[in-house]
Design a protein. Structure first.
Ligand SMILES: Nc1ncnc2c1ncn2[C@@H]1O[C@H](COP(=O)(O)OP(=O)(O)OP(=O)(O)O)[C@@H](O)[C@H]1O
Length: 741
């Protein structure tokens, strides 16, 4: 155990202090929880003073790094251990103590319960002062004043848009895209998240299909094929089509997606589906195994979230689908859409689409619809600049690893327990982390409270059963408040109403993913907020985002932790009262954060299973850290992580033995590398290398360097044109083993 972690804050633990030396039965645990809840209730009723603290917040608390030095971080206070005398003094305070008491005798032998707590505020890296880079953000106008009725649409379609979907005026992307598609052109469309891209292809598809004479029949099979990267998005797009075809009852929309029963899907395919929405993997499955999968009538192909679908994980599936379409189908219109289509993808589209229109709402030049994709004349930096909604307020908080867990918990309580009307999505790096933190937060943060509504915590990730995924998606979609912990499975395309906060607890692997994650809020002109968690060592990521024209403002760690002053359940020594100095207030905030962290750790260490779950979550976090692309390795490198500190952010008291060897220069176990992680990293690196080789082959026809040798191959691999093409072969098998939802 590290000396850092052995420091003790002595808090009197009360009557329960010796009650839990041996593991408790479920019923005993429940009883203790109940007692604790009672205490909390009492605390919050008794202490009226804390409710007014927020108003009395001092400047020192608001911006500790810019004011009087405080003993918060090493820069603010040298990393000295708490003097013994002080420790003793701290021991006189009151604490919550029931669980903590169990440790009293074990750790220190003090009678009456000195407990071991985390030393959260020592030996942390400095939090640097941020020089916010100057960024001129890319602006997009969401709405126009033009009505759908100005377009040459079937009157029933206009009425359905108005009455069923509640839309009458077009957004900018719709105004530009719908006429272009109705004129028969292929299109590449980029506009910000939540700007109405679904209707910009949905409306022209339905308009064209309802006009087909003689009327289309179910037996004609798919006439439009819409590919989307996730199941939830498939459901959502399918619902939009269900609404749009309401007046045209002879047109049948359908959805295929992983996790559903194949047999039922086969039966529906046999009956006939005219507008088919699918995830690529499930469609390939049906292409390979379903006799009724006939593509001979397909007139429309849409790749929604095209950059995601065209990227490595989906490439093989897409190749199979395109080859299948090209071998049988007539000429068709192709549409690629995303909020983050990069220059490279646009150029790939140049090769594969037939004379496509390029629509970029943020580009003033494209307000006149361009008739060619000559966007390669734009400077490269411009092509990588993404537009985010104007009403989105983006924040970043710099948090040392050890404090991440209490910081997230405080933030959640601030927005969803102590304030009302917030609905939050928290993005995390892995399914295991989502599962683990859900259980931990439910156990520690969701206890009954007299004053506050219980937190409504949900989770969504790729390892859940489909029925549960659907249930959660629908529940969160319908609720006015709540917190959804999730992986990137929820990052793309989901239109979840009234989300007010997006938290990125783990930074995304690319700027594009950043844009999609924050795009789950501030949709269609609404207001929204986002918060990105970075450790001090990851500060350079702010510049990385600025290079893509994304600007963040800083939120101070102490401002977030200050939330704990609103709940006396986390009371420290109890010596603080509103008239004492600001440094006493800061000390109280630190103590409360320590109480909360200690409670997390006690819950984690209460039994072997929770410790195992925490280790698994930690391990998955470490693994995810190796997955950042080479271009970001200077910011996110596994070797710069401190294993012990990272462990704390999963409620573990120490770096686990099984991952015990150091993972970075700051680690404390003799500087040896963690073999497990090294192995995982090596494996991943090999995969990435192979993948990048394949990608470079895939894209080499685009950069003009190896044009002669590879252009043919590239065209064959992903050709959106008509006519049969050769199978690309099995080179892309490696992609299967890369993660995807
Ligand atoms: N013309 C319109 N007027 C008002 N609301 C609209 C209009 N068009 C679409 N919407 C609504 O805007 C929301 C966002 O639309 P949509 O999901 O298509 O956005 P998107 O651009 O595809 O977002 P993302 O890039 O995140 O996938 C939906 O709730 C949709 O009903």
């Amino acid at each position: 155990m590290s000396s850092d972690d052995q420091l003790s804050l002595n808090i009197h633990t009360g009557a329960c202090s010796t009650a839990r030396r041996k593991p408790l039965s479920g019923q005993e645990r429940w009883l203790l929880k109940k007692q604790k809840a009672e205490k909390r209730k009492l605390g919050s009723e008794v202490s009226a003073e804390t409710t007014s603290f927020k108003h009395k917040k001092t400047d020192a608390m608001a911006s500790p790094s810019k004011t009087t030095p405080t003993p918060t971080t090493p820069r603010e206070a040298p990393p000295t251990k708490t003097p013994k005398k002080q420790k003793k003094r701290e021991g006189g305070g009151q604490g919550r103590g029931d669980k903590r008491g169990r440790e009293a005798g074990e750790k220190t032998g003090h009678e009456g319960g000195f407990i071991k707590t985390s030393s959260l505020f020592n030996h942390n890296p400095d939090i640097p002062d941020l020089d916010r880079p100057v960024v001129s953000e890319v602006k997009e106008k969401v709405f126009t004043s033009d009505s759908f009725s100005n377009l040459d649409l079937h009157p029933h379609l206009v009425a359905t848009l108005d009455k069923v979907l509640g839309v009458s005026t077009m957004t900018s992307v719709q105004k530009q895209t719908i006429p272009a598609l109705m004129s028969g052109r292929d299109a590449v469309v980029r506009s910000q998240t939540g700007s109405g891209k679904t209707l910009s292809y949905g409306v022209p598809i339905v308009q064209s299909l309802q006009a087909v004479q003689p009327k289309i029949k179910r037996a004609d099979g798919p006439l439009a094929l819409i590919l989307v990267p996730t199941r939830e998005l498939a459901q959502q797009s399918f619902q939009v089509f269900q609404n749009l075809v309401k007046p045209f009852t002879w047109i049948v929309p359908g959805v295929l997606m992983g996790g559903e029963k194949r047999k039922a899907e086969k039966a529906r395919l046999r009956k006939g589906i005219n507008i088919l929405v699918s995830t690529p993997g499930r469609l390939v499955d049906h292409i390979n195994h379903t006799l009724n999968m006939v593509f001979s009538s397909v007139q429309w192909l849409v790749l929604d979230e095209a950059d995601r679908i065209l990227d490595m994980g989906f490439e093989k599936d897409l190749t199979v689908i395109l080859n299948s379409l090209n071998s049988t189908g007539p000429a068709r219109q192709n549409v690629l859409l995303s909020a983050t289509l990069t220059q490279d993808l646009t150029r790939l589209a140049d090769l594969c689409l037939k004379d496509p229109v390029s629509i970029q709402v943020s580009d003033p030049a494209s307000s006149e619809v361009a008739t060619s994709t000559s966007s390669s004349t734009q400077p490269a930096s411009q092509s990588e600049s993404f537009s985010v909604p104007e009403a989105l307020k983006q924040h970043v908080v710099l948090v040392p690893s050890k404090l991440r867990l209490v910081c997230l918990a405080s933030f959640i309580m601030d927005k969803c327990k102590f304030s009302q009307g917030n609905k939050m999505i928290v993005f995390m790096a892995s399914c295991e982390a989502v599962e683990f933190l859900l259980t931990l937060f439910k156990s520690v943060l969701c206890g009954p409270s007299a004053k506050h509504k219980p937190l409504n915590l949900l989770r969504l990730h790729g390892n859940m059963k489909q029925e549960e995924r659907t249930e959660v998606y629908e529940e969160f979609s319908a609720s006015k408040s709540g917190i959804l912990l999730c992986t990137d499975v929820a990052a793309r395309g989901l239109d979840l109403p009234q989300v007010t906060w997006i938290v990125q607890y783990n930074p995304p692997v690319s700027t594009a993913e950043y844009v999609h994650r924050v795009g789950r809020t501030a949709r269609i002109g609404a207001k929204g907020n986002s918060l990105l968690f970075l450790t001090p060592a990851e500060t350079a990521y702010i510049d990385e985002l600025a290079n893509h024209k994304i600007s963040l403002s800083e939120m101070k760690l102490y401002d977030i932790l200050y939330t704990l002053m609103q709940d006396d359940a986390y009371k420290g020594r109890g010596k603080y009262h509103s008239k004492t100095s600001s440094s006493a207030l800061q000390q109280e905030v630190r103590e409360r954060a320590t109480v909360l962290q200690t409670e997390f750790e006690n819950v984690v260490h209460a039994d072997k299973e929770t410790v195992q779950a925490a280790k698994k979550a930690l391990q998955s976090f470490l693994r995810s850290y190796t997955a950042y692309p080479t271009a970001l390795k200077h910011i996110f490198h596994i070797r710069s992580l401190h294993l012990g500190h990272a462990a704390k952010s999963f409620g573990l008291r120490d770096a686990p033995q099984s991952l015990s060897n150091a993972t970075g220069p700051g680690a404390k176990r003799g500087g040896k590398h963690n073999k497990l992680e090294d192995k995982a990293e090596m494996k991943l690196k090999m995969k990435m290398r192979e993948a990048s080789l394949l990608t470079s082959e895939f894209s080499s026809g685009l950069d003009g360097l190896n044009l002669q040798n590879t252009e043919k191959k590239t065209k064959e691999a992903v050709s959106f044109g008509t006519g049969p093409t050769e199978q690309r072969g099995d080179q892309l098998d490696i992609m299967d083993s890369l993660n995807r939802d």
